[in-house]
Design a protein around this ligand. Structure first.
Ligand code: NAD
Length: 454
């Protein structure tokens, strides 16, 4: 059984039956069978089902948000915002799929006609994270289904109620039985799913798990997609409006309790504005309300996973030992729930774990720099490469800085945002392949080349 615990109260919400080797094997067989017909369903019909799913998700947004908030501890209004923003993604996928999937004639003369058509991969595994379950789930299973694939969907053990509900809504929208099936359980269940003869694995989660899965499937030569962690840097130059930039960067670092793959995880500030920026940043952080997830005024709820408290304690102790100044916070909150004080450390440097290892919590390190070159070198001093941001009024200078930064997504005067229209891809330890954008649909298809002689 899987115990679903409320991170805010530490109470048991529900116990779910977990999948076993046997049940996964049978779900796989049923999905394999169902995919054969699904792959032949007209694209218009598939789009209609996704459109109904989109409407159902919005109609059920309150109930969905409540469940997700209960199992992840995330403020309910923030989950509501995620569900609302999922709408644009679903519309984009539905509007774009026909253009992506259509057969193209690429060459023709009197002797031959050459064409390319697009086919689904078959049955894919979608192994997902808990921090934005609507985004990271639909980023994979919606384009995969539109492309005609069967999906074995394993939501995170920390967002299983959400995952089950997403599948229910998809079935309610008219998706034939077994085309998409939830697989419930923890990492061991995920590992069992990998043993099936899947045609692709699309994973969102930590670098360590992603690497394990990559090793597991490497010899099978199936298609993979990995959306992994980050240590996303932000550089603030001296020409900005200091208090505006500080408030924006603080939000980018602390939104969702810092549990975003693209959260700002380290900040570099030009020496000319360093003191003013730090003061404004602390003021912004001290204004964040920590509270109950159901309270609409709460900005920071508890951490979702209890184990993360130790990771944060460890990074803070290491940073302080190596000379960082603890400006605010620094401890788990006393009492019930996995709460952690929003924490700011200054005079940080790259000897500290705080600046090189993913924190995934409400803590941040700030480091002083004296030039753009130094900032770029520090931003690139990482194995990760998900996003990077610069706050700078001079857009030519900002472009030059971002040009030299190794990351799949770069932001100017903004951070911690994702768009349906651009590819979402990590470099290095942050991942392989891409979701969203046109590439996020193409990835679930394989080409067939046709050579036809009269
Ligand atoms: P995780 O790696 O602990 O778990 C992710 C999923 O993998 C879960 O469903 C888990 O049950 C499963 N799993 C664990 N071990 C497995 C195994 N051996 N075989 C198969 N499946 C296994 O990650 P998490 O805690 O759920 O998510 C947080 C991480 O995800 C952070 O590092 C975050 O940065 C990253 N993330 C990345 C993106 C992105 O788009 N790049 C988005 C969200 C989260």
């Amino acid at each position: 059984m899987l115990s679903v615990i409320n991170p805010a109260t530490e109470e048991l919400i529900k116990q779910l039956v977990t999948d076993t080797q046997e049940s996964i094997g049978s779900k796989y067989q049923l999905c394999r069978q169902a995919q054969i017909s699904w792959g032949q369903v007209a694209i218009e019909e598939r789009k209609e089902i996704i459109e109904k799913f989109r409407v159902l998700l919005q109609d059920n947004a309150d109930a969905c948000a409540r469940d997700t908030s209960l199992e992840t501890g995330r403020p309910v209004h923030q989950v509501r915002n995620e569900i609302k923003a999922t709408d644009a993604r679903l519309i984009y996928f539905n509007e774009t799929i026909e253009e992506v999937i259509k057969t193209q004639e690429v060459y023709r003369d009197e002797t031959v006609r050459e064409m390319v058509s697009w086919e689904p991969l078959g049955v894919i595994a979608n192994i997902s994270a808990w921090n934005y379950p609507y985004f990271v789930g639909t980023n994979v299973f919606v384009p995969a289904l539109l492309a005609g694939n069967g999906v074995l969907y394993k939501p995170s053990e920390y967002a299983s109620l959400t995952g089950q509900r997403l599948v229910e809504l998809m079935l309610q929208a008219g998706l034939p039985e077994n085309v998409m099936t939830p697989v419930i359980g923890d990492g061991q269940v995920g590992a069992m799913l990998m043993e099936q003869k899947i045609d692709g694995v699309f994973f969102t989660g930590s670098h360590d798990t992603g690497r394990k899965i990559n090793e597991e499937v490497a010899s099978r030569l199936v298609k993979v997609g990995f959306e992994l962690g980050g240590k996303d840097p932000c550089y603030v130059t001296e020409d900005v409006d200091v208090s505006q930039a500080a408030a924006a960067v603080a939000d980018g670092a602390f939104y969702n309790c810092g549990q975003s793959c693209c959260a700002v995880e380290r900040v570099y500030v030009h020496e000319k504005i360093y003191d003013g920026f730090v003061a404004a940043f602390i003021e912004a952080v001290e204004g964040f309300k920590v509270g109950k997830p159901e309270d609409p005024s709460t900005y920071l709820g508890p951490l979702t996973r209890k184990e993360q408290i130790e990771v944060l304690n460890n990074q803070i102790a290491d940073a302080v030992k190596q000379g960082a100044t603890l400006q605010v916070g620094g401890n788990p909150t006393e009492g019930v729930g996995y709460y952690f004080e929003p924490t700011v450390l200054t005079e940080a440097n790259h000897q500290m774990k705080l600046m090189v290892e993913e924190s995934f919590g409400p803590i941040i390190g700030i480091q002083k720099v004296s030039s753009d070159q130094e900032a770029v070198e520090l931003m690139n001093d990482t194995d990760y490469g998900l996003t990077a941001s610069v706050y700078c009024r001079n857009l030519d200078r900002a472009r030059n800085i971002m040009f030299h930064v190794h990351a799949g997504t770069v932001y100017t005067n903004c951070c911690d945002r994702v768009s349906p229209y651009t590819p979402w891809s990590g470099r290095g330890h942050s991942g392989l392949g891409s979701t969203l954008g046109r590439m996020g649909l193409e990835t679930f298809l394989q080409p067939k080349a046709w050579h036809i002689k009269p």
